[in-house]
Structure formats: structure tokens, C-alpha cells
Write a protein that binds this ligand. Structure first.
Ligand code: SF4
Length: 331
């Protein structure tokens, strides 16, 4: 784990073969696109130029981005437009619920741009969206991927009280790189936010992720894992940073798939209920399947604690990781 692969050159790095993805051309992709346009909904899939869009949209999996398409922060890794926030759309909660109803998704992910301009940081809109989905699609489980609600007293508490099934907030990178990558945020504030979710409602699963390839060291990544565990985070995601445009921070290195497997093993050994770690892992990638695994892992852990199950190792599910990352089969 001390040695990380570096396909390093000066200037822009060439994408390695394991990063290539298929162009989004399927019928399902076009139907999803039409649905989102018709309901006037933004998605992080499009706005953040996610490499998995072809695969996810073919299956109608989208991550709806509420509160407009303009973010009031300017993180150096993110492709989302920055500037003054849009007016809050009163139809957005019903439209988001319509996606859950029409697609029949088992699990839906709702995120938002940062809204430092709003008094509650947009918490109220998150609550309205959760309530509308519960009303229109009661069988759909809900995952929120929220901003950090920095300086927004009471905002986090509001969202937690609406009882999403999964509360996700990404740490994004190691603390040393915050001023360069995420200048408007504070590492320990984000960590505390995750910790606070568990204090408020331990039944909610918590989730957080980082991008690698930004210049972090493996030791720093392991420290982030320990920090997340100290905040009782259940699920960690680790994916490769990809530079959306030349204006964004450069990729420092492309981490080889086998190193993602090593990270996953180390994270799992630290007690996360679930870990997703591969070059193309994104926090909402396969979120529905991951939610099922999270529930199963918690049930197993509880059974162990009650002594109803024989103690056994909790091996990392390599077969499951390979299913989602066939490149690992090449080794
Ligand atoms: S991984 Fe997430 S953001 Fe990317 S396309 Fe899939 S649902 Fe959208």
C-alpha cells in the first residue's frame, strides 16, 4: 500500500485503458434524458459530466440535483456551474417524486448544489422532496447527498428529522488538500456533520466518499478512513478523480485498479459495513444495490452482537466488486 501507481507526465495525463467508458447511446439513456427534460429536473449525472451516465441512465438510475443548476461555491474539482443561486422551484419536490413513481426505482438519490445564499442552505427543499417521494412512491428508499450546511444552524437537524434511509456527505479529499481542492469547505466540519447525523438518528445509514489521484498519499487515505470510522460512517466510497475541463485541477495520478482493491480491504478491516472502491466508483453509482448490501451487513452485525451468529471473518466481497469493475478480472 506504500507504493501507489503513478502514470505521471508533466501537464495533462492520458487516461489509462481502465478509465474508458462507452458513449451514452442506448434507448434507456434517451428515455431517461427525455423524462428529466420533461420534468425540468437537473441531474448531477449531466452537470458533473459523470463517466457512468451511459450505464446508469440505461437503467433509469439518475441522481437528481435539486435547488437549481448553479452552485454558490467553486470547488476546483467540480464541473457544476458556479454563481448566484437560482430561485427555488416550488414544483421540484413533486417532479422529483414523479421520477420515483414513473421509473419504479427501488432506491433514489437526491443531491443539490451548495446554496450558501439561502438561510437554511436548502434544507427545507430536501425535506419537501423526501416527503413528496414518500407520498408518491412509498416503496422507494431515499438517499440524500447533501452539502455541508456550513453556518446554517438547524439545517442538518431538519433533513435528518425527515428520515432519509441513507445520509451521504462526501469528504471528497484528504484534509491537507482542502485549501486547494475544496476551499469553501472545512474537513472537520464535514466530519462532524456525519458524526452528528448518527447522534441524531442512529438508524440512518451514513455514507461518505473521497476521490483519489489528487496528490494524496496512501497514509492520508488510511487516516481519512479512521476519521470516518470515528464518526461511525457506515459506507465509504473511493473513486478516481477525473478532470472535467482544462480549467479544473489536474489529475495528479491515475491509481491502478488493484490499489482500489487494497484500499477496499483496508477500509473493510476498519469496520465499514460496506465499501465501494474502484476507478469509476462515484457516490451514487449502484446506490440501490449498495443499499441492499448495507442493510444485510447491518443485520449480520446485529445478529453477531446478539450472539445468534457464529463469529466469522467478514471478507470483502471481491466477486461483487469484479461484477461492477470487470477490469479487475484482467489481473
Ligand atoms: S454514478 Fe451517479 S452521478 Fe454518475 S451517472 Fe450514475 S447516478 Fe448519475
Amino acid at each position: 500500500m506504500n507504493e501507489v501507481n503513478k502514470i505521471k507526465t508533466s501537464g495533462t495525463l492520458r487516461k489509462p485503458s481502465w478509465i474508458r467508458v462507452k458513449a451514452p447511446v442506448s434507448k434507456g439513456y434517451n428515455e431517461t434524458r427525455k423524462l428529466m427534460r420533461g420534468l425540468k429536473l437537473n441531474t448531477v449525472c449531466e452537470e458533473a459530466a459523470c463517466p457512468n451516465i451511459g450505464e446508469c441512465w440505461e437503467k433509469k438510475h439518475t441522481t437528481i440535483m435539486i435547488l437549481g443548476d448553479t452552485c454558490t461555491r467553486a470547488c476546483r474539482f467540480c464541473n457544476i456551474k458556479t454563481g448566484k443561486g437560482n430561485p427555488v422551484d416550488p414544483d421540484e419536490p413533486d417532479n422529483a417524486a414523479e421520477v420515483a413513481r414513473v421509473t419504479g426505482l427501488n432506491h433514489i438519490v437526491i443531491t443539490s448544489v451548495d446554496r450558501d445564499d439561502l438561510e437554511d442552505g436548502g434544507a427545507d427543499q430536501f425535506v419537501k422532496v423526501i416527503k413528496a417521494i414518500r407520498r408518491e412512491a412509498p416503496d422507494t428508499t431515499i438517499e440524500v447527498l447533501t452539502p455541508d450546511f456550513r453556518n446554517k444552524r438547524g439545517a442538518l437537524e431538519k433533513v435528518v428529522a425527515a428520515k432519509p434511509d441513507v445520509f451521504n456527505h462526501n469528504l471528497e479529499t484528504v484534509p491537507r488538500l482542502y485549501t486547494k481542492i475544496r476551499p469553501g469547505a472545512r474537513y472537520f466540519h464535514s466530519l462532524r456533520l456525519l458524526d452528528r447525523v448518527k447522534e441524531l438518528d442512529p438508524s440512518i445509514f451514513t455514507k461518505s466518499g473521497i476521490m483519489v489521484g489528487l496528490g494524496e498519499t496512501p497514509i492520508e487515505v488510511l487516516q481519512v478512513m479512521d476519521d470516518m470510522r470515528s464518526a461511525d460512517v457506515d459506507f465509504m466510497t473511493i473513486g478516481q478523480y477525473l478532470q472535467p475541463t482544462k480549467k479544473h485541477v489536474d489529475v495528479h495520478e491515475f491509481i491502478k485498479p488493484e490499489h482500489f482493491v487494497k484500499y477496499a480491504k483496508r477500509a473493510k478491516s476498519k469496520g465499514f459495513l460496506h465499501v465501494s472502491s474502484s476507478p469509476l466508483t462515484r457516490s451514487s453509482h449502484h446506490a440501490g444495490d449498495d443499499f441492499e448490501q448495507l442493510k444485510a451487513a447491518r443485520a449480520k452485525k446485529l445478529a453477531k452482537q446478539k450472539g445468534t451468529l457464529k463469529r466469522e471473518d467478514a471478507p470483502i466481497d471481491i466477486a461483487e466488486m469484479q461484477k461492477h469493475n470487470p477490469l479487475m478480472n484482467d489481473e
